[in-house]
Design a protein around this ligand. Structure first.
Ligand code: ZN
Length: 132
């Protein structure tokens, strides 16, 4: 397993981690398999979406913020319930096929670490399983 560090610089942001995940996969030498990316945090998530127009990432963050305001009468006293909810909506893991050592992503797709309670130094766990 590879533990990647993702340093975020805003409270909420999507960080393109596609290259880091590919590099982690490269180091395993696996040609054919599946790459599992797991976020071990409760206020951050991970998703696959458009990697071409950065406005898509901005729109995702903006829409989530409008739908799930930071202060909305939540019970959790830590004051970051919005981040917990957004993290659950995005999910904690993604899986990507690996063929000839390359992540199999659609032309416009990238893997994004989703920060909802930053800025922080975060972890992203990457495991590559080899297909027989
Ligand atoms: Zn909390």
């Amino acid at each position: 397993m590879t533990v990647l560090t993702v340093k975020t610089s805003h409270r909420e942001e999507l960080v393109d981690v596609t290259r880091q995940v590919q590099t982690a996969a490269d180091k395993t030498g696996v040609e054919s398999g599946i790459v599992i990316c797991f976020v071990p945090h409760t206020t951050a998530g991970i998703t696959i979406n458009e990697d071409a127009d950065p406005d898509v990432q901005r729109d995702i963050i903006d829409k989530l913020s409008r739908e799930i305001p930071r202060d909305d009468g939540f019970h959790h006293t830590e004051g970051n319930s919005d981040a917990h909810i957004k993290a659950s909506l995005m999910g904690s893991s993604v899986q990507v096929l690996l063929e000839t050592g390359q992540l199999v992503l659609g032309r416009w797709q990238g893997i994004f670490f989703c920060e909802f309670d930053g800025p922080r130094s975060r972890q992203l766990l990457v495991k590559v399983a080899r297909f027989a």
